[in-house]
Design a protein around this ligand. Structure first.
Ligand SMILES: C[S@@+](CC[C@H](N)C(=O)[O-])C[C@H]1O[C@@H](n2cnc3c(N)ncnc32)[C@H](O)[C@@H]1O
Length: 210
């Protein structure tokens, strides 16, 4: 998955670990997404209660997860790349969060109960094969409590699904279709603070679990 200028699309599975080993991670801008940073700075996504939990699947080097942890979320960050575990945990543990290694789509809390108040997606849902998207919906519905939020930094908006990926086309309509009535779209707006190099649109979509 490339950014800027996404690579020729391929149907081959992506070797994410190799991308990190090669330092070929153009989606990673070294900090949290600027839209997330601006919104957190404006007081959005405030922690609803002490100990409220956030899940960040496909967290990569954890920039977004760390930004959420810094304002007080108890963050569980998930990725399948082993060398990221130490890198992310060295910064996340002091903030009360944890990186867990494995298939994010299969993750369930230790209690088996929906304990998350927030699920934050940024270039994870667009990175997985679209056929796997129902598993993302299962992940969210297994773990997000009633009234909890799914926030998606939607990208690449406007790209055709047939154009392949990753990144595969993603927009609020596609996310909404995954969840049916289980989630309500409560906010949908263009990202004001975009990653300029990205050649497709970015939007902010916020859904609440009914
Ligand atoms: C495009 S990167 C985005 C990383 C991060 N969200 C960011 O913005 O920097 C996609 C990430 O999803 C991870 N990933 C893909 N499929 C996964 C899976 N099934 N379970 C856990 N992580 C996965 C990859 O290892 C990679 O770190």
């Amino acid at each position: 998955m490339s950014d800027p200028s996404d690579p020729p699309n391929s149907d081959l599975p992506v070797d994410w670990a190799q991308h990190y080993a090669d330092g070929d991670t153009p989606w990673d801008h070294g900090v949290e997404h600027p839209e997330l940073a601006a919104r957190l700075g404006a007081g959005e996504l405030a922690v609803p209660a002490p100990g409220a939990r956030a899940l960040v699947p496909g967290c990569g080097r954890g920039h977004d997860a760390l930004a959420l942890a810094r304002i007080g979320w108890k963050v569980t960050a998930l990725d399948q790349v082993a060398p990221l575990e130490e890198i992310v945990n060295s910064k996340l543990h002091p903030l009360g969060g944890e990186y867990q290694l494995g298939d994010a789509l299969a993750w369930t809390s230790a209690s088996g109960e929906p304990e998350m108040d927030l699920v934050f997606d940024h270039t994870f849902l667009c990175a997985i094969d679209p056929e796997q998207r129902p598993r993302f919906a299962d992940l969210v519905l297994r773990n997000l409590r009633q009234g909890g939020q799914l926030v998606c930094l939607l990208y690449p908006v406007g790209k055709l699904l047939e154009a392949g990926g990753p990144p595969h086309s993603l927009d609020a309509e596609q996310v909404g279709a995954l969840f049916g009535d289980a989630l309500e779209l409560v906010e949908h707006s263009p990202a004001v603070h975009c990653i300029e190099e990205r050649e497709h649109g970015e939007r902010w979509g916020r859904f609440v679990r009914r």
